[in-house]
Write a protein that binds this ligand. Structure first.
Ligand SMILES: NC(=O)NC1=NC(=O)NC1=O
Length: 175
């Protein structure tokens, strides 16, 4: 039996391994762990998706608000989670020049003022230029459209984080 199976069998290890598949939302992992055999990779993803879809709008907004800004305070302070640090640096957000950073911070602020939650995009499937373009265009959307767009991106981030755990045996640090 794989280490994940053995850990899963002990239950309490589940949060250590899967607790951050949705950024800073271990509740989601806690809520679904009784439902699925964690050995089945796709089952985890499916249950996360169903759980998120079942939430009220404020619940969904809450998930987005738990995400750190792209190239925001957490990145500059080095307080990003391991997963976020990895994702944001892969998108090139750790090497922005002052002007690029200024533009991104300004757009993030505008987005937050308009929608009341963080702009979320799956950084690993993007890069610093695409992110700025996306942010600019998504700023024009209406709130319920953006809520869904953000949640769709959360699911993409979750997909990649689960993949990392299963296929690269990455057991992220404790929350
Ligand atoms: N606001 C964000 O989109 N944050 C993030 N996207 C990622 O892919 N990782 C993050 O930390």
């Amino acid at each position: 039996r794989s280490s994940i199976e053995q850990t899963g069998a002990r239950r309490e290890g589940i949060l250590d391994i899967f607790g951050n598949i949705v950024e800073k939302c271990p509740l989601i992992t806690g809520a679904i762990w009784s439902k699925i055999p964690f050995q089945v990779y796709l089952a985890v993803e499916e249950c996360v998706s169903e759980f998120i879809d079942s939430l009220s709008s404020s619940g969904k907004e809450g998930i987005l608000r738990c995400h750190p800004d792209l190239c925001g305070r957490d990145l500059t302070r080095g307080t990003l989670t391991e997963e976020s640090q990895n994702e944001q640096s892969q998108a090139g957000l750790t090497s922005l020049n002052p002007m690029e950073r200024e533009i991104l911070n300004h757009l993030n602020l505008q987005y937050k003022e308009k929608f009341g939650f963080t702009f979320v995009i799956c950084a690993k499937m993007s890069d610093k230029n695409k992110i700025t373009q996306e942010l600019n265009s998504r700023l024009q959307n209406d709130p319920c459209q953006e809520l869904q767009n953000g949640i769709d991106q959360v699911k993409k981030i979750c997909h990649l984080r689960i993949q990392d755990i299963f296929f690269h045996g990455k057991i992220p640090t404790k929350l």
